[in-house]
Design a protein around this ligand. Structure first.
Ligand SMILES: [Zn+2]
Length: 419
């Protein structure tokens, strides 16, 4: 399958250039002036900006049905009184529609890949396959009680979906405060046996940090390191509360950190030391967390917060420049999730490409590629999205998701949850 994208804008050093992009079987074959290419499909880029599609490194896809259900509450009240009672009423099919709603929102905002921690096996994988997205899926494991059943659910999910080319798996001990030590050790050894990475919430809140100091005499990061968890390929979400030693440990074990700036702010958990993590050589990537805590799944917005927050907190306008932040949101996320040659627009790399309108006031004049993406875009500029060489949104129309059917089902679920 040959796809030709004509006349799109890419950076050329400090300047901009207009190029064509030729894609064969999901791989970028040529960037430049393309002639003599037998295209099965041609997209007229119309001088739109081409960017590598985003990798959202931390989501809970099914939770989009809980958007705006609990806001401005203390963290534990939000979780235990706001989110969980509604979540407990959701069934498998409802989780699928919630996940598909998340796919629709992310595609509309230029995102091609997500890493999900879910409660309903199979549904985020099903939504990803339906929508044409790439995904890493993991069952949120809590225990010990019932822990083996959840682990078995995860193993079944892997068997069911492992044949899908764009679906990968991790094991996800939910957090150190929801898994006891034996369960953490068990998950870690299962991950080693299966050759899978770990996806864990780590050091998200001050309460998690101080409880761990009280109960274990060490920080959450030191605790998981002492149990050997970090010897697995690990993606740690949040990492807000870190000591200097924690940062050294995360670097030493090559842990990838999925920072969720807006979720951390909205839940009053603070700001992760991203500048320091990056300086220490940690692979930093970006996630949205769920629509219950964000309340959107817009990677442009996260990118903007990521660049601005760390300039402000470090009193340094050169901290986390736009180009670096875009790497966090693309190639670093792909690396954390184990997708090779994904997250850059270069020949030989995967054709996951978002095309952004430039004929809107906030993009004029278009001087600097990276500044435009990080400081000007709000995401509404996303016109077309290509994932693995397949056009899943063309001129703002979703081609893989029937939105009428989707919204009908979401309304039904919301009526059920709220009554
Ligand atoms: Zn999370």
């Amino acid at each position: 399958m040959n796809l030709l994208i004509k006349n799109v804008i890419l950076p050329d050093g400090d300047k901009l250039k207009t190029v064509d992009i030729a894609v064969t079987d999901g791989i970028i074959k040529k960037i430049g002036k393309v002639e003599d290419f037998a295209a099965d499909e041609t997209i007229e880029g119309g001088n739109r900006l081409a960017i590598p599609a985003f990798v959202n490194a931390h989501t809970h896809m099914y939770m989009s049905t809980l958007r705006n259900a609990a806001d401005d509450l203390p963290f534990m009240e939000w979780l235990f009184n706001g989110v969980m009672p509604k979540e407990d009423r959701l069934d498998n099919e409802q989780a699928y529609w919630g996940s598909l709603l998340s796919c629709a929102e992310m595609i509309k905002r230029g995102c091609a890949t997500f890493c999900d921690m879910h409660l309903f096996p199979g549904n985020s994988a099903r939504a990803a396959v339906q929508s044409g997205m790439r995904a890493v899926v993991s069952r949120g494991l809590v225990g010990s009680e019932g822990g083996q059943k959840r682990l078995d659910d995860q193993l079944k999910e892997i068997e069911e979906w492992k044949h899908e080319k764009n679906i990968k798996f991790m094991l996800a001990p939910h957090a150190i405060y929801t898994c006891d030590k034996e369960y953490l050790l068990k998950i870690s050894s299962e991950a080693k046996r299966l050759g899978l990475g770990l996806n864990i919430h780590l050091s998200e809140s001050k309460a998690e940090f101080s409880d761990c100091m009280r109960d274990n005499g060490c920080t959450p990061t030191e605790y998981v390191a002492s149990l050997g968890l970090l010897e697995n390929k690990t993606l740690a979400a949040h990492c807000v509360q870190l000591t200097e030693n924690d940062i050294s440990l995360l670097a030493k074990y090559n842990v990838s950190v999925a920072s969720n700036p807006k979720s951390n702010l909205k839940l009053g958990n603070g700001i992760a030391p991203i500048y320091q993590l990056d300086q220490a050589g940690v692979n930093v990537c970006i996630g949205t967390d769920s629509a219950a805590s964000n309340n959107s799944l817009n990677m442009f917005s996260e990118l903007n917060y990521m660049t601005l927050l760390h300039k402000g907190t470090n009193y340094d306008s050169t901290a986390i420049p736009a180009k670096k932040a875009l790497d966090f949101a693309t190639v670093n996320g792909a690396r954390a999730l184990g997708f090779d040659n994904l997250g850059r627009l270069e020949e030989g790399w995967a054709a996951d490409i978002a095309l952004l309108d430039t004929d809107v006031p906030q993009m004029i004049p278009l001087r600097n590629y990276y500044a435009a993406v990080c400081y000007c875009c709000d995401g509404s500029e996303t016109d077309t999205l290509i994932i693995d060489g397949r056009v899943v949104m063309k001129h703002k129309e979703l081609l893989t998701i029937d939105t009428e059917e989707l919204y009908y089902n979401i309304n039904k679920i919301v009526n059920f949850l709220d009554n």
